[in-house]
Design a protein around this ligand. Sequence first.
Ligand code: KG4
Ligand code: ZN
Length: 353
Amino acid sequence: MKILGIETSCDETAAAVVEDGYKLLSNVVASSATLHAAYGGVVPEIAARSHLEVITPVIEEALRVAKTTWEEVDAIAVTQGPGLVGSLLIGVLTARTLAIANHKPLFPVNHVQAHVFAVFLTETPLPGYKLPTKPPQFPLLALIVSGGHTQLALFKNLLDYKLLGQTSDDAVGEAYDKVAKMLGLPYPGGPSIDKAAGKGNAQAIKLPIAKVDNTYGFSFSGLKTAVLRAAQGASGHDYTFPSTKLPAALTEPQKADIAASFQHTAAQTLVSKLEAAARQYKPKSIVIAGGVAANQELRKQASKAFSAPVIYPDIKLCSDNAAMIATLGYYLAINGQKPADPYSLEVKSSLSM
Ligand code: KG4
Ligand code: ZN
């Protein structure tokens, strides 16, 4: 069974073909990140316009790489939410049109849940992918960390999961992006912080781990403010010093120390909750997915915390992609999910897990 996946929830326009929920036949991603770089964050209107410009060629390329004709596509899966409403609309309207024109069943997919499904891809003819050799076992504990979400979920089975906790304010990736902006590091901030931290001392600045009521809840806005105060202090100014002037007021070694200390604390926050959940639920596998799963400090701390290896999607499947959407779409299709009405399917920008 071949599923065409379509993803447009943020600034990546993506299409992919996945066969039988494990074989990755194509994974095409066009990002408008460089267009947003000048603004230091995703501009919704620019993202939506970029999706509109490239979505048709991206889908055609996904089918071409997968050597798949429309006749061979069994179903279409599309991100319904959560995400930017204008961006989601382009993907959903395109998927609806293609489903009607080609007489294909259409499956709406939850983007956050789909991030976990990237680890079910175990085979590909495509070069340059490092995939797990076998699918993960259940119960599966999943930490989903990206620019838009920070969720800890327990999957009893493929489609039977419960949300254990999530962030009450900023997503962890958002905190990486904002700290990077504060330090004048290039957008997207996560990889920039990761790189700068390599030259810094993670113990240089003591930062707080937020206390939240829910055992498995997260909060990152306090950490972000603590970093701002530390940066203002390091630059020799007080809390009134504008954050926009910090990049010029800090030396490179100071920036590296702040980046290293910040990501050390962010990773510690994530790993400590993951450890607590693992103690309580004794999962057979632990998965870390989403854009921030690429973070080196997070991987280092997670590998120290658990004796069994933590499972990560290939780096190209950590950030937003349509392969994870197609994979979840496959499991919905084979588990009796009723396809959506292609004439009326709507986006759900604040869909929760
Ligand atoms: O999953 P994703 O591509 O999009 C969302 O759904 O948000 O995640 C993007 C996020 C951004 O915040 C980016 O800065 C972060 O993932 N990110 C990283 C790294 N690579 C990407 N954060 C920390 N370390 C990295 N190496
Ligand atoms: Zn995502």
